[in-house]
Design a protein around this ligand. Structure first.
Ligand code: 4NP
Length: 159
């Protein structure tokens, strides 16, 4: 059965859609099969929307079209649908943990950057209130981490 990975941030319009698109791209480049990737936000404030215009514009400068994405809110029933839930920051981690019903749910949740860089405990910065430079920085952080995660998935190194 396919492994199902869920990328989660606050609004599901900046970081987690990018993480979804970039991991899918890296998996295809590295010819890793059998992995599904989706994304959601802890907030439903932007549900139904495309990524933030700044995220879409920045991604396009890297040749990545994210315009097909539509934001949605994480639901507690999603725990059963995904094998691994990668959260972008520590606030997302707390919010998702509050929705977990049991130890199995909790065991699926991990900081995205922790998966790529074990022991880091780092969050992907929230670019929402910043300038264009912040979006470029976030792109590079997520791009690098997705490359590492795709390599680890290929080698079967991740739960
Ligand atoms: P994201 O960024 O969590 O990476 O999608 C944000 C998007 C919207 C808001 C905050 C962060 N907001 O407060 O609406």
């Amino acid at each position: 059965m396919n492994k199902r990975i869920y990328m989660v941030c606050h609004g599901n319009i900046c970081r987690s859609p990018l993480a979804k698109f970039l991991l899918i791209k890296k998996l295809a480049e590295k010819k890793v099969v059998g992995i599904e990737v989706d994304s959601a936000g802890t907030s439903g404030a932007h549900a139904g929307q495309q990524p933030d215009a700044r995220t879409m514009a920045n991604a396009l400068t890297h040749g990545l079209d994210t315009s097909s994405h539509r934001a949605k809110q994480f639901k507690s029933t999603d725990f059963a649908k995904f094998d691994r839930i990668y959260v972008m920051d520590s606030a997302n981690y707390s919010d998702i943990m509050l929705l977990a019903m049991n130890e199995e749910d909790r065991s699926k949740v991990e900081l995205f950057l922790e998966a790529a860089h074990p022991g880091s405990k780092d969050s992907v910065p929230d670019p929402w209130y910043g300038d264009e430079k912040g979006f470029e920085k976030v792109y590079n952080i997520i791009d690098k981490a997705c490359g590492i995660i795709a390599d680890k998935l290929k080698k079967g190194e991740l739960p």
